[in-house]
Design a protein around this ligand. Structure first.
Ligand code: 5GP
Ligand code: MN
Ligand code: MN
Length: 327
């Protein structure tokens, strides 16, 4: 609850307290933006020993570069036993990688999240499945701590909000979301430049690669209980041929999910010969978070994912079977 969360944060405001913020592996706009926005709020409240990190190599895709990235440290340098730990946008402990041990070693830990599939791993947690983004939860906590928004803070929180709402298009885009957006935009952030950088800018090679991957997409009208399944498979060969880094594929699910004949869209992104990052989207008929959880991942009812092992065809059949059992 809010009171417990406010108390947790206040424990990190004691003089000399060391604070560690962690977001989920392979961070997206919400993970990074909510963490770095909140970090700036803590700095404003006087926290001087402050680190931000996430599991894995410390690389941030260019489109997601944002203010306060100087607070990021490699996970190996993260405080082994902070006074306060806060996690962002992580639905389960597995999303924290090796940093999961800080949940034990930290004096106080707080989980900020918005996934319906959150496993309830935090001692103190604010998990609001009705929030469009973790940044909605983080911004409300900052408001309750009387932190005034500034432009850099707002840019991070806005990037989180605009990415997780699909530019204010998805189902959880409530009046409260627009109210928060209004407060963020009022700080003077350049929303046009942010949107162009994140959504409307990609190398020519990526556009050609998207064309090839979409050219191989398959539609199965009978799958997903007759509501239709569309899927596409992007391989390491596709990336190599077009000289593209893996992160450019994050945008491709938005093309797959446009197919009107299918309730469920599926994109397999090869990360190793037998390992795939899988994205799923639903238009409302299927609960893809249930499919994801059954296959070792998580997410939301209409947007979820998991890591799949095996051949592409094996993973597609596993999803097909899960969807059939739901229907
Ligand atoms: P995306 O398809 O954009 O990568 O992810 C959509 C949603 O599914 C996000 O809310 C994300 O947190 C969740 N998700 C994606 N991949 C995984 C995964 O491997 N494990 C878990 N637990 N959740 C995932
Ligand atoms: Mn996320
Ligand atoms: Mn999120």
């Amino acid at each position: 609850d809010w009171a417990a969360a406010v108390d947790a944060v206040r424990s990190g405001l004691r003089p000399g307290a060391r604070v560690l913020l962690v977001c989920h592996v392979n961070p997206d706009g919400d993970a990074l933006g909510s963490m770095l926005g909140f970090a700036q709020g803590l700095r404003r409240l006087g926290v001087t020993s402050l680190q931000c990190t996430f599991p894995g190599p410390l690389t941030v895709p260019e489109p997601l570069h944002m203010p306060a990235m100087d607070l990021l440290v490699p996970e190996a340098e993260a405080d082994p036993a902070p006074d306060l730990l806060v996690t962002f946008d992580a639905a389960s402990e597995s999303r924290l990688g090796a940093l999961v041990d800080r949940l034990e070693t930290a004096t106080v830990s707080l989980v900020l999240d918005h996934h319906a599939s959150n496993t309830g791993f935090g001692k103190v947690s604010l998990v609001d499945p009705c929030a469009a983004a973790t940044s909605v939860v983080a911004a409300e906590l900052l408001r309750r701590l009387d932190v005034p928004l500034d432009r850099d803070m707002a840019e991070c929180l806005y990037i989180a909000l605009v990415t997780d709402t699909g530019s204010f298009k998805f189902d959880l885009t409530t009046p409260e979301v627009h109210e928060l957006a209004a407060r963020l935009v009022a700080t003077g952030i350049d929303v046009g430049a942010i949107s162009r950088r994140i959504f409307d800018s990609r190398p020519f090679g990526a556009v050609r690669m998207f064309g090839e991957v979409m050219g191989r997409a398959q539609l199965e009208p009978e799958s997903a209980g007759g509501r239709g399944l569309v899927y596409a498979v992007a391989t390491l060969d596709d990336l190599a041929k077009h000289h593209q880094p893996p992160y450019v594929l994050e945008a491709l699910i938005d093309s797959v999910r446009c197919v009107s004949e299918a309730d469920v869209a599926l994109l397999l992104k090869q990360v190793a010969p037998t390992e795939w990052a899988v994205s799923m989207r639903s238009k409302g008929g299927a609960d893809v978070s249930r499919v994801a959880v059954a296959l070792g991942g998580g997410g939301h009812r209409l947007a979820a994912g998991f890591t799949g092992r095996g051949t592409a065809e094996q993973i597609i059949s596993a999803v097909r079977d899960q969807l059939a059992s739901q229907a």
